[in-house]
Design a protein around this ligand. Sequence first.
Ligand code: AFP
Length: 337
Amino acid sequence: MVRHTATSVVTIERYIIEQESLHPAATGELSGILYDLALAAKMIASKVRQAGLADILGATHSRNVQGEEQEKLDVLANEIIVKAMDHSGRLCAMASEEETDVIPIPDHFKRGAYALLFDPLDGSSNIDVNVPVGTIFSVLRKVTAGSHGSLVDMLQPGFKQVAAGYVIYGSSTMLVYSTGQGAHGFTLDPLLGEFLLSHPDIRIPEHGRYLSVNDAYEQHWSEPVRALMRRYRGLDGKREAMNVRYVGSMVADFHRNLLGGGIFAYPPNTKRPEGKLRLLYECNPLAFICEQAGGAAIDGQQRLLEVEPTSLHQRTPIYVGSKGDVDIAREVLEHGR
Ligand code: AFP
């Protein structure tokens, strides 16, 4: 925890500048992307906070009192991010959970050296019941020639991410990001309207207390996955039982485990052989943050950040969290015990 005094605080802007100054060759472009994302996060946070008040819930095609079409919050969050990022001259293209294809940067804006992938509002089915939701993002360096980005720029393995992060809209709004030098957390001060450094250099405990998995799928899991979950629950007598916590918002489950230790798992099941969660803009960013905090992430067979992506909205199984607990997953899934 960082203690701020009444006259001295560390804003996210100051922190990003300080981190950038550690790299003499840095152009400031990546820092600019992170500021713009922090602004988009504040705009989304304000909409999420009003969700119970404003009439913006429900179907995408519902109408407000002026008879104008209203948007669902995840569609709105998508638009907020696109519009906060498209004109900055720092991106070559974007991709979003909400959009089928790569989102080009309009011709009348300058283009830059990075590609941005994001899930604007993960866990959005939880909004109606006031459960935390999140935004997840991943930044990659452009690898193709020419100024316009393409699918090829998006289809890079997770270890190539130059920055990744998430925002959790919970009891407070927090932004956690990494540029490859540790994972750092900032809490939004609603009075100042600024993200303040609250969790520098987050370290996830080696073994955790919490198991986050939807065990309603147990009947559809393979035998090794069932054996793994029995291990985590202490049912095979080989370890102490973990506590189960499953919110159904990946960011919220991940965030709790990052701070308190534990593992989030979305294994494959017979109904979803590839799992449910998306590799490029959900799993890779969280895996990157987790590794930066001393944790680990696998897809069941290999390090998640080394999976070679083949399509934009590809799904993957995931086991992410405390290193010791992910090691158990690796072992039990490989040997079935
Ligand atoms: P929604 O965005 O449809 O609410 O899905 C949330 C999510 O992508 C992720 O945040 C959860 O961890 C996971 O799906 C929950 O899925 P199950 O309901 O299948 O457990």
